[in-house]
Design a protein around this ligand. Sequence first.
Ligand code: DGP
Length: 113
Amino acid sequence: MDCIFCKIIAGQIPSDVVYTDNKVIAFRDINPLAPVHLLIIPREHITTLNDISEQETMLMGHMLQVARQLAKQHGIATKGYRVVINCGPQGGQVVQHLHMHLLGGRELSGGMG
Ligand code: DGP
């Protein structure tokens, strides 16, 4: 499958991996928008949030737990951070593999778009 994030999971494209388990991996965004900008993605290729089945809602909960844990490890838990999922063209999703952005380390604007 021609998916950049599947290639990162397979080790075919290098990335700065900061966390891995049997369900997800997390790595630094190539184009960081904040001092901490990590992407948390499922190992399974799921295209968008729209494609999450009811059984997979556990996976979303797990991704949020990983985001919380990484926020703590990267020293942004106390001051605060943002978790974002872009979905579809108008949602600004560029890479067609479900991913959660974890952003922090600076004052983030209050705007949502
Ligand atoms: P989105 O707009 O939500 O689809 O964000 C996709 C993000 O993925 C964007 O912030 C840049 C990042 N990205 C794209 N290609 C690569 C890559 O090859 N490596 C890494 N580390 N990040 C990538």
